[in-house]
Design a protein. Structure first.
Ligand code: BMA
Length: 368
């Protein structure tokens, strides 16, 4: 009797441990579960290197089949690709950075075909005012929660996102797993869902509603969910709007260098330590969901600053923001080198480092 009870107990303990070691979606597809475990395994060796909009354009070029600034510099593709859905909610054919959604679908398929990992963000407009994501207004989050005046509108927006995500299929017609990064940088005040523009409780309810809608109403089971803040200085700050362990797969933050190297290395490294602690305690996969040093003015930034700060830390992936080049307003924006850029040679050294994983490393890792 005693032995029987303890076996029972052991079984239930190991099941609950196991339960925390799986995607939050209990019906996640085989490939999605494989990605989840693949990331946990690959992070023991190093981090996947990712880049936003990598295949769509780079500095000085747009839509050249097979091209990528990372490939121009290293001869290899990134391991992870970021894409953005802003304006899909308005039925626009192109996103807020002019990337056509139909082309995006093709790029996602090509990357997945090579074993690449896909992550998607959504700078959705303000559903209350019709302004952009950067135009907060009091009551916006409350207005789209169930019972709110814009909940029905928000559901139609989620329907469009779900249709796009649902249409991402591989050559065998199976859904392509996507890391969906909802309501990013939510500790900053610049987005309508961020900082003081809503209460922690409102954001948590919005998260629960959104995940529940996509997963249970729309039946999408090829998604991992990433929760990320901007730079932060304490565990409490990161957790302020955290929707709970059963609602998040990946834990991350975004950070951009805007000041001197030494203080950036110190802050970045300290923040990575905090993230690792949080990820361990909450059994989540840690990731640097966005980073960059605009226009890369330091020719040895990759090995001298970025790698230095990452030393001794474990992350599943890091994702550099987009190589927009010269934008319509005349300003310039890029975060990975293009051929001939000052930090290109150093980026090749970074590429050779055993902790940085690109496409060719993925072929060995078999992440899916
Ligand atoms: C910002 C900039 C903008 C862009 C936005 C959404 O950080 O790159 O140019 O429109 O992200 O992708």
């Amino acid at each position: 009797m005693h032995a029987f009870l303890s076996i029972l107990l052991l079984t239930s303990v190991s099941t609950s441990l196991l339960a925390q070691n799986e995607p939050i979606d209990k019906k996640a597809t085989r490939e999605t579960v494989a990605l989840y475990h693949g990331l946990k395994t690959s992070m023991q060796k190093g981090f996947l290197f990712g880049h936003q909009d990598d295949l769509a354009y780079g500095v000085g070029w747009k839509y050249q089949p097979g091209r990528s600034d990372i490939k121009d510099v290293t001869g290899d593709y990134p391991a992870l690709y970021g894409w953005e859905l802003g304006r899909i909610e308005l039925d626009h054919p192109v996103n807020l950075d002019s990337v056509p959604f139909d082309r995006m679908k093709g790029f996602i398929r090509d990357a997945y075909d090579r074993g690449g990992v896909i992550t998607i963000s959504w700078h959705l407009n303000n559903p209350l005012t019709g302004g952009t994501a950067w135009q907060p207004a009091p009551g916006t989050v409350a207005s789209i929660l169930p019972g709110g005046e814009k909940n029905a509108l928000y559901k139609t927006w989620l329907d469009k996102v779900a249709a796009f995500l649902g249409s991402l299929k591989d050559r065998k017609d199976r859904p392509i797993p996507v890391i969906l990064r909802l309501f990013h940088e939510l500790n900053g005040n610049w987005f309508w869902w961020g900082g003081k523009n809503c209460t922690p409780d409102e954001l948590k309810r919005l998260w629960h509603f959104t995940v529940g809608y996509l997963r249970d109403e729309k039946g999408l089971h090829h998604l991992l969910y990433a929760y990320n803040t901007d730079r932060f200085t304490s565990e409490e700050a990161w957790l302020e709007k955290y929707p709970g362990d059963e609602w998040v797969d990946i834990a991350g933050f975004d950070i951009y260098q805007r000041g001197p190297n030494a203080s950036f290395i110190q802050e970045f490294s300290k923040t990575l330590g905090l993230l690792e602690k949080i990820a361990t305690e909450h059994k989540k996969i840690p990731a640097l969901t966005e980073f960059g040093y605009n226009s890369l003015p330091d020719s040895s930034w990759w090995t001298g600053v970025f790698l230095k700060a990452l030393e001794g830390h474990k992350l599943a992936y890091v994702m550099a923001w987009r190589n927009a080049g010269v934008k319509q307003d005349g300003s310039s924006e890029f975060y990975v080198p293009y051929k001939g850029q000052a930090s290109a040679a150093d980026f090749r050294e970074f590429y050779k480092n055993s902790h940085t994983l690109f496409q060719k490393d993925l072929e060995r890792e078999k992440i899916y």
